[in-house]
Design a protein around this ligand. Structure first.
Ligand code: MC0
Length: 144
């Protein structure tokens, strides 16, 4: 990590809660000309998701639809309606970054990283400790 790069290397993705994944994918493809890079279901997180590429930036828009009523996305949609749910930063070493953020007094949601999109390792900073923003940390899987 270079001296002035801070903890994060890129904006990995911005997560947007949607009610209908197929409809949202069609909107991003047809209106913005975005290409879908990846699609999967994550049972543990309770989401069906699609990563939409933002040009050649390597950053994506992540469309997130709930898989069931208990999903955090279902709760978010009930409370806030569709819209931005999270900001995700890419990191090289998530264990190191989580340790540093804990030292700096921020609450991580999980004691150990969980599995996210495409085999990535993920954790979250609680929005109440991060200026009202749910911050996701993403260490990409080997296929990224
Ligand atoms: C809740 N709050 C938020 C928020 N969700 N603030 C900003 N952004 C959000 N997304 C605020 C509420 O407004 C409330 O504030 C307070 O936090 C407690 O909210 P709550 O409605 O009682 O919700 P909780 O506590 O049940 O859950 C919030 C929490 C949860 C962040 C802990 O959403 C969570 O565990 N999120 C992490 C997992 C996740 O989001 N998975 C889906 C994406 P007030 O002021 O009213 O008290 S999965 C994913 O992203 C994966 C696939 C990947 O990228 O690889």
């Amino acid at each position: 990590m270079s001296e002035n790069s801070g903890l994060f290397t890129h904006i990995d993705h911005v997560g947007i809660a949607v009610r209908d994944l197929d409809e949202a994918i069609a909107f991003y493809e047809e209106k913005y000309g975005m290409r879908m890079a990846h699609r999967e279901e994550n049972e543990e997180q309770g989401v069906a998701e699609a990563m939409m590429e933002v040009g050649d930036s390597t950053s994506c828009i992540q469309l997130l639809a709930p898989l069931n009523e208990k999903s955090t996305i279902a709760k978010f949609l009930d409370k806030s309606g569709p819209g931005i749910q999270q900001m995700a930063y890419r990191v090289k070493d998530i264990d190191d970054v989580c340790a540093k953020l804990k030292e700096r007094g921020l609450r991580l949601l999980y004691p150990e990283p969980k599995i996210g999109t495409a085999g990535s390792r993920i954790n979250f900073v609680h929005p109440k400790d991060a200026g009202g923003v749910l911050v996701e940390l993403v260490e990409p899987g080997t296929s990224h």
